[in-house]
Design a binder for this molecule. Structure first.
Ligand SMILES: C[S@@+](CC[C@H](N)C(=O)[O-])C[C@H]1O[C@@H](n2cnc3c(N)ncnc32)[C@H](O)[C@@H]1O
Length: 276
């Protein structure tokens, strides 16, 4: 993680308490904090920064569903963007939908070039986080990729470093975002709401942390309309993936206090722009 992230990170238990560096830190030549500790001034809890990733959950935090467990496995993290992610939307939308189509759409909704803090929530290998960092360019701001699976974050960091992008990676839960209320200019979430578990709590966290002029760009998978599609989703739901109907998804976002500003639908794939 980078010093820019420190200006924004708070304790997951005390979201108004900015975390501070405690003790000795080791930095790389580009200024990344590679090892060190963060401390909450309220509860005194210390969090490790190891190999560039700030871990705000600790070793006792465990996945609760089969699909979450799968994402904790190093081979999944290794193969995610190598094997599945480049083809995911083409397969799910039933039409050509490579990165060259998905990422401009996502970045167009998020508008990271306005600057400020951008957070890719449940980022996996950091595909959206990297796209935000590229688009933010020289604008004053910083991008943080957040996930609860450490192997995903390690791979995400490796991809960002290989591209020379200055992105911070943090291990935390979507249901307890480590940011103060109203401080995040851009939130993105790509296909993750489906597998987070407590969806309403995660949506309320997005609403809490979003700045008054902030934008939340979300790609989500919705209930299938064909028999075979629904049957497959039924099987996947046993592992912990939820596929809400679009109307339900929109209703839950509204209940969390998020306003729907724009929405595109490609079969089960839905891209939405939400604001406060
Ligand atoms: C579908 S993948 C995300 C894909 C990624 N956004 C992309 O566009 O390539 C779902 C991710 O959500 C993470 N995840 C699941 N539950 C989470 C939670 N409660 N908090 C944070 N991350 C979570 C998983 O570890 C996994 O990396």
């Amino acid at each position: 993680m980078y010093a820019e992230a420190l200006a924004h990170l708070t304790c997951p238990q005390h979201p108004d308490a900015p975390l501070e560096l405690a003790g000795r830190v080791r930095r790389s030549t580009d200024g990344e904090i590679v090892t060190g500790r963060l401390r909450c001034p309220v509860c005194g809890v210390r969090y490790r920064i190891d190999r560039g990733v700030a871990d705000l959950l600790g070793p006792l935090d465990m996945p609760t569903t089969l699909v979450q467990l799968t994402n904790y496995l190093p081979p999944t993290a290794w193969g995610y963007e190598r094997a599945w992610r480049p083809h995911a939307l083409t397969l799910l939308a039933g039409e050509p939908f490579g990165y060259e189509r998905e990422l401009p759409l996502l970045v167009g909704l998020a508008a990271p070039e306005r600057g400020g803090l951008c957070v890719d929530v449940a980022c996996s290998n950091g595909l959206y986080a990297r796209a935000l960092a590229r688009a933010q360019g020289g604008a004053a701001g910083h991008v943080i990729g957040l996930d609860h699976a450490l192997p995903m974050l390690r791979q995400a960091r490796a991809y960002a470093l290989a591209e020379g992008l200055r992105v911070s990676f943090v291990r935390a839960k979507a249901q307890a975002l480590p940011f103060a209320a109203g401080t995040v200019a851009v939130l993105t979430m790509g296909g993750s709401l489906n597998e987070l578990g407590a969806i309403d709590l995660a949506l309320r966290e997005l609403r809490r942390t979003l700045a008054p002029t902030g934008r939340c760009a979300m790609m989500c998978l919705t209930r299938g309309t064909t028999g075979p599609g629904r049957a497959l989703q039924g099987v996947l739901s046993v592992g912990g993936i939820a596929f809400p109907p679009l109307e339900e998804l929109n209703r839950r976002a509204r209940m969390a206090g998020l306003r729907l500003r724009a929405q595109w639908r490609y079969r089960v794939v839905v891209l939405s722009l939400l604001t406060r």
